[in-house]
Design a protein around this ligand. Structure first.
Ligand SMILES: [Zn+2]
Length: 505
């Protein structure tokens, strides 16, 4: 599972990044919620410009989409290879078949991934189905009347130059290459964007609008004053934006039917019930039926009470998503609360905001990635330094007498499919051997020493250290941290970080 969500880097929000995190779909939901069940894999590139006119131009948007899709293709392309991947688990190399199960994102990212139009006022504003825009507030459509988007019908639409009717950009979506998943189905909105910062604030806003309409502006000021007197405590959330702006209503007040206080409270209670159910970690068929009932109940009330206070009559894509696509998503991909608000905050803080703060704010990507690398290494090794012995070496790559080392080095440089790191490792090896043979060892000059270079070595704790250009078709050089005995080095609490470039005996 991939998770993409934009975040601002500094408190002023002038710069933002789109980090991509990865987690495994078959980790139990309970563990999925923990920050360490996710790994940061990179930033999604994005184009920026200070020119407003250019930013809104069709060409710029096209380029932006193209860039994103190329990046995703580069990142996820290896998944299309059918031979799977090899990973070392507990010191043993195992074969895995991996596939992309879902991409969790916010609305804009999901629309970008699916290449559908972003405007709410288009023919088919939902990126999952072909529901007409004016039906988004219709809460009584039979599920089997909804035409879902899939790779075939979207390809067909584009091939027949009919894309506009389907509110989709004429663009060959890279995700169509994945045969066992449907990208329009797999792109899922996360819980937070749908609920906490989606439907609930809507409901608050409309309630304010309604109260203001019925009782005038004073009541809103009174409400705001009361809210302001609540002592701030941890986890108290005050939606700033919502309370600063009153919704403006024009038109004849007689047109509005006044919702009774009781109905309003019932609607809120229904929301809370539904919300609690939505946070369940596991759903069986019965739970899903109950949940669906709760969704239908609440959404009917919501539309009945508030539609008159919304300029679009509540034609809200998030409302439609929640009503028609939630149950299916849970049935297909499991409870999607694997990424809760708390997890986002920690992930963004650890992997994005803090590394940014530590950078000198110039050429930040490089610096941030380096900081992140260091963090990963320190997190995976034990804080307390323990001495590990290399127990055994495996997969002999080369064997040579030391007298032939320069010829060998030259030969390596011209060999195909040799990783740069291996060549660099060889240089270091020669330099180190020089010092070792001159100053430390007792080897006499005419003694022939043999070097054996291995692809991997197993440490006494079972971890494998790799240094090879060929590990099942990929280069693999392990990240290592070494406790330095000598204080002449600039160290991070006594540790130095690097990559193993050569395993030699
Ligand atoms: Zn839909």
């Amino acid at each position: 599972m991939i998770y993409i969500d934009g975040t601002t880097l500094d408190t002023l929000g002038r710069k933002s990044e789109y980090p991509i995190f990865l987690t495994l779909g078959n980790i139990p939901n309970l563990h999925c919620n923990l920050p360490d069940a996710k790994v940061f894999i990179g930033f999604l590139p994005h184009l920026t410009t200070r020119d407003n006119k250019l930013r809104n131009s069709k060409e710029f948007k096209q380029k932006q989409r193209d860039l994103k899709h190329r990046a995703l293709k580069y990142l996820l392309g290896p998944l299309l290879k059918e031979d799977g991947i090899y990973l070392a688990v507990n010191g043993k190399v195992e074969h895995f078949t991996i596939y992309l199960s879902s991409i969790i994102a916010d609305m804009l990212e999901a629309q970008d991934i699916c290449c559908t139009y972003k405007s709410y006022r288009t023919r088919c504003p939902c990126y999952k189905c072909l529901m007409p825009g004016d039906q988004l507030n219709n809460m009584n459509i039979k599920q089997d009347m909804i035409d879902l988007r899939n790779h075939e019908n979207m390809q067909e639409a584009i091939a027949s130059h009919n894309a506009e009717n389907y509110s989709i950009h004429e663009y060959d979506n890279f995700f169509w290459n994945f045969r066992i998943m449907n990208i329009y189905d797999a792109a899922a909105l996360d819980h937070m964007h749908l609920q906490e910062i989606g439907l609930f604030p809507y409901m608050l806003d409309y309630t304010r609008g309604m109260l203001m309409h019925q009782y005038g502006k004073q009541i809103i000021s009174k409400m705001d004053n009361r809210l302001a007197t609540i002592t701030r405590f941890n986890n108290l959330r005050i939606l700033k934006k919502g309370y600063q702006q009153g919704t403006k209503f024009t038109g004849d007040s007689n047109l509005y039917t006044i919702a009774s206080c009781k109905n309003l409270i019932i609607c809120y209670i229904k929301f809370i019930k539904m919300y609690i159910t939505s946070r369940k970690k596991k759903f069986n068929e019965d739970d899903l039926k109950i949940f669906e009932r709760e969704i239908i109940d609440w959404s009917n009330d919501f539309v009945n009470i508030f539609a008159q206070f919304s300029s679009s009559g509540l034609q809200l894509p998030k409302l439609h998503m929640w009503r028609y696509h939630t149950i299916h998503t849970i049935r297909r991909y499991g409870a999607l609360n694997g990424l809760t608000t708390e997890t986002y905050k920690t992930l963004h803080k650890n992997w994005i905001k803090n590394p940014y703060r530590m950078s000198n704010k110039k050429n930040t990507h490089n610096q941030m990635l380096k900081t992140i690398r260091r963090q990963i290494i320190t997190n995976t090794i034990t804080k307390k330094t323990i001495s590990l012995k290399l127990n055994s070496m495996k997969s002999l790559l080369w064997e040579l007498p030391i007298s032939e080392i320069y010829t060998f080095q030259e030969k390596l440089k011209h060999e195909e499919n040799i990783n740069e790191l291996c060549i660099e490792g060889m240089e270091h090896l020669i330099a180190c051997l020089d010092i070792y043979l001159d100053d430390i060892s007792n080897a006499s000059a005419n003694e022939e020493i043999y070097l054996k270079i291995y692809a991997n070595g197993t440490l006494s704790n079972g971890e494998i250290v790799y240094a090879t250009s060929k590990f099942h078709g990929y280069a693999r050089f392990s990240d290592v941290a070494i406790a330095m005995g000598d204080t002449d080095y600039l160290t991070d609490g006594g540790l130095c970080y690097g990559k193993a470039s050569i395993n030699v005996n």
